[in-house]
Design a protein around this ligand. Structure first.
Ligand code: SF4
Length: 214
């Protein structure tokens, strides 16, 4: 049971409701989308095959109980659900970033699925799986990466389609880095009186010159 792994590292959680917390990251190789603003293109193909016990052994060495599976898109790999289950069974609090185009219920619901709803400026919003909206639980999180005003209006409209069980403070509005100023997005959120959570990509503030391993 091998997974192709791009990198494993220990850093500060830069996004999500856990932003600011130390976290171990397992970045898996491969993605089925090609978003215009993608900043992890190196994860499309680069990586090495690792059996699940070897991954567990590597993450164990960091001594941190919070762990995020990211990519790429983790759900393109067959054994990602098995890895998540094993990590949960080992006692980790597991988060998984996913682009929202594939069925999120392939992974255990005890894992907090941080699901993108792709906005139009990504070029990939037609790939959102509408069935995922009904699969979200109160343990999950939803993220809109917003690049312009049209994206904001799209995100605002999508809020009414989210399940009532998902608290709005687990809905994240994030600006496309280098494209939409965060203060502009903050203004739109305030003017629209949306109770979603504005987030900045904390790791990019802390390490502006690094694009791997953070
Ligand atoms: S889903 Fe994520 S990894 Fe895949 S292309 Fe989009 S931004 Fe990049």
């Amino acid at each position: 049971m091998n997974l192709k792994v791009s990198e494993i590292f220990y850093s500060i959680q830069g996004e999500s409701v856990h932003a600011g917390l130390p976290c171990v990251f397992v970045r898996l190789t491969g993605c089925n989308l090609r978003c215009r603003y993608c900043d992890t293109k190196y994860a499309y193909h680069e990586g090495i095959a690792m059996p699940v016990p070897q991954i567990i052994e590597q993450v164990r060495q960091f001594g941190c109980d919070l762990l995020e599976i990211t990519g790429g898109e983790p759900l393109v790999q067959e054994y990602t659900p098995a890895l998540v289950e094993k990590l949960l069974g080992t006692g980790y609090q597991v988060l998984m970033e996913t682009n929202g185009s594939l069925n999120i219920d392939r992974v255990d619901r005890r894992c907090s699925r941080i699901m993108d709803i792709k906005c139009p400026s990504s070029g990939e919003h037609a790939k959102n799986d509408p069935g995922n909206l009904n699969r979200l639980t109160a343990n999950d999180q939803v993220k809109f990466v917003i690049g312009d005003r049209d994206d904001f209006i799209f995100a605002e409209q999508m809020l009414s389609r989210l399940p009532a069980s998902l608290p709005l403070d687990r809905v994240l509005f994030s600006a496309v880095f280098g494209r939409l100023p965060v203060d502009q997005l903050a203004r739109w959120v305030l003017d629209a009186q949306i109770s979603a959570r504005l987030q900045v990509q904390l790791h990019k503030v802390i390490w502006p010159d690094r694009n791997r391993g953070v």
